[in-house]
Design a protein around this ligand. Sequence first.
Ligand code: FEO
Length: 389
Amino acid sequence: MKTNEKIKYLGVNDHEVNLFEGQFPLKNGMSYNSYLIEDEKIAILDTVDEKCITEYLKNVKEALNGREPTYLVIHHMEPDHSAGIKALVESYPNISLVVNNKTSLMLKNFFRDLDLSHKIIEVKDGEELSLGKMTLKFIFTPFVHWPEVMMSYLSEEAILFSADAFGSFGVNDIDQTYYPDEARRYYYGIVGKYGLQTKNALMKLSSLKINAIYPLHGHILNDNLDYYISLYKTWASYLPEDNGVCILVSSVYNNTLKVSSLLKSKLESKGIEATLINLNEVDSSFAISEAFKHKFLILASITYNNDIFPSMNKLITSLCERNYQNHIIGFIENGSWACNAKKVMSDKLSSLKNTTYLVNSVKITSSMNDENIMQIDTLVDEIESQKLS
Ligand code: FEO
């Protein structure tokens, strides 16, 4: 990891982990980032996940090169960053913990057998901490991603330590760019519900000159920062990134999938970008990310127990949990004897705000017929006209 010369990287890359938070599939593992700022006083920023503590302590020892750390700044108490606190405190008993009042309480709850009260330095939003020649300023950014989250800003170097924000899935010791796809999947996966709070955080950061962003996951962002910040503004506002169509399909015997595939090819023949995901084969976190990316969302499901198929049910629940909005939704439904999927999907989505629905839809009875092909053509025409509006 290329860091500023005054900052050392202490983090660990976990190439073995397959699931983040026990639920999000990882293609390239996960990094748990931690940093050390070298000044007259040494500050360590965050720690790592429990299974990486041995390697982390080795990294800390090497980086310290015989010196003692003065501060451990805790930006976030989720255990992927805080599990190493106990080991660090035991290795460096004179270290002080720089936290906010919410973190203070959470420390007691996570480390019940450890009395840390005499080590706590509690800071307020906007407060500064001098390290000698450099100063850390603390910026509270609650709910990006837990309520206690704060970021810090190394004023003299214009470096933002952004906690979970601007991070991504994936290790950082391979030459792989995670923006935008894996960063978007990460954002909507873990933070997506808190768009308003993310917008508030971005507003607070807007007055700062930022030369680099050091997140708790993924790569350090050293250049092109306007691009990353602009993406975050789009994501926090639940706005699509393009005018394309995302088609998400729950099909059992491929009849609904065939209709959905025909819709995709007809859209593409008109020059409209379309992505199709089979929800029975692909984890919903990928589908959610694509649903937020494109302006149009087509949900295609069979009727199942007078409801919808479980993979579509899970997807819709996840979209509602994340306040999906500012998109245009349409439906493909299938039912061999009692077709009810469109109504069920509409009902389950009824809590969404700022959502428009396509007038036209496709209704399949068991398998595609000529009428369905005409319905698809009408749907394509409506999408094309809405795309231009
Ligand atoms: Fe990377 Fe919310 O912890």
